[in-house]
Design a protein around this ligand. Sequence first.
Ligand SMILES: O=C[C@H](O)COP(=O)(O)O
Length: 258
Amino acid sequence: MTRTPLMAGNWKMNLDHLEANHLVQGLAMELKDHNHDYSKCEVLVIPPFTDIRTVQTIVDADELGIKYGAQDVSIHDNGAYTGEISTAMLDKLGCTYVVMGHSERREYHNESDELVGAKARKTLDAGMTPILCCGEALEIRKAGTHVEFVLGQIRAALAGWSAEDVAKIVIAYEPIWAIGTGETATSEDAQEVCGAIRAALAEDFGADTAEATRVLYGGSAKPGNIKELMAQPDIDGALIGGASLKADSFAEMARFYA
Ligand SMILES: O=C[C@H](O)COP(=O)(O)O
């Protein structure tokens, strides 16, 4: 496989900057102690905005292989947008990834597919990698229309994109019913949708783009199920919430290949 696996820890609204310092130092130590090979799995932390400067300082000072990014971004460059953060601000802090369209933002902030697509565009234009989230609620899963629903979210967000640009993004499939519930989708469930995403990318943007685009799974991923998830042909990594808040469990997941 030519796609480099990615373990991305989405801290959500957890940990202040002091706790962030502690976690990143602990994570770096765990990975070093176990001779983690970053070429076999990229390790990414996605802290709250207020922690990013602290994470940058540790990563730069200790020349860590850990990457960091942001949980959201504005579609505006600057101006009267109280509370928003621009791509330029994130780029200046050394962020390399930005998440958009997480189900929690879609639900609590009414984010549409079009807005999510615009955030991904803005992120890519600023030289960072978008992590575009998608995923269905339990009712949709029960109705059996989850594949159609998820492909609809992605196609709406990426409408008009070039194949070259799509190949640079990361897509994260997160069934909402599996987020923070302890109820992981089975690896077959996860593969079904991740495989369908790749097939849709091939149909819309060509086989080379589909081969290059990384697709992550998210939703109660943990040390106990990561190997099985990563053994699936179309799962290239995980977007991890709860289990990324502890250095040992997150490091163990990053070392799924060992
Ligand atoms: O962004 C991460 C996901 O929402 C998964 O969260 P979780 O691992 O706590 O279920």
